[in-house]
Design a protein. Structure first.
Length: 205
């Protein structure tokens, strides 16, 4: 499908539209089981990130209160990053590449007009989680990072994002996750008090 971008919108075709189309052609020639695996991971991989955040909470119960505060705040950090990303999308208003470029059948259904492309929501979420978890447990942060990279790549492979959507999504996610994670550590005194109250069983190992 091909069409003009709104005059008030960012037109991403000039940035890396050609690269997007080459990746789209590559995706269409992947073996069918691989296509299904990429599409499934792109759609449901966020559940893996949720499991890693749950694991971070369980492990942080043995740590100091600042670390536990960051673990407890990780889901909130992700939500705030998502909200910030959604607001940024509404300003940039970049149409999805599958809406404006001639491409083959994408591995994921092309979103409707008005569902903006830049930055990639999925990428923001997973990179924000990776940055937040890095401050809770280095090993979990290292484990989450390749998941984040794979998620970003999958969003281009399934045909719903330009590469630059993913690049900006990674930058926004890392900045939001790291900055908000640091800020969450200041809630350590609240965690100290909570560990002595009714929530003790959930906040200590």
């Amino acid at each position: 499908m091909s069409g003009p971008a709104s005059p008030l919108a960012l037109d991403g075709r000039a940035i890396d539209g050609g690269l997007y189309q080459r990746i789209d052609q590559l995706a269409q020639h992947l073996p069918t089981p691989v296509q299904h695996a990429v599409a499934a991971f792109s759609a449901y991989g966020l559940a893996l990130v949720a499991m890693l955040m749950l694991l971070a909470w369980r492990r942080a119960r043995r740590a100091d209160s600042a670390t536990l505060a960051r673990a407890l705040a990780a889901p909130l950090v992700v939500v705030v990053a998502f909200v910030a990303d959604t607001l940024l999308k509404s300003v940039l208003r970049e149409p999805r590449p599958c809406q404006v470029l001639d491409a083959g059948r994408t591995l994921e259904a092309c979103p409707a007009a008005g569902d903006w492309s830049l930055p990639s929501n999925h990428t923001v979420i997973v990179f924000a989680a990776a940055a937040a978890l890095w401050q809770v447990d280095r090993r979990l942060g290292v484990l989450t990072l390749p998941v984040a990279i794979a998620m970003g790549a999958s969003r281009v492979l399934v045909g719903v994002h330009y590469p630059h959507d993913v690049a900006l999504g990674a930058a926004v996610g890392l900045a939001a996750g790291y900055g908000l994670g640091l800020l969450a550590g200041r809630a350590a005194p609240l965690v100290d008090r909570a560990r002595e109250g009714r929530l003790r069983r959930w906040l200590t190992a």
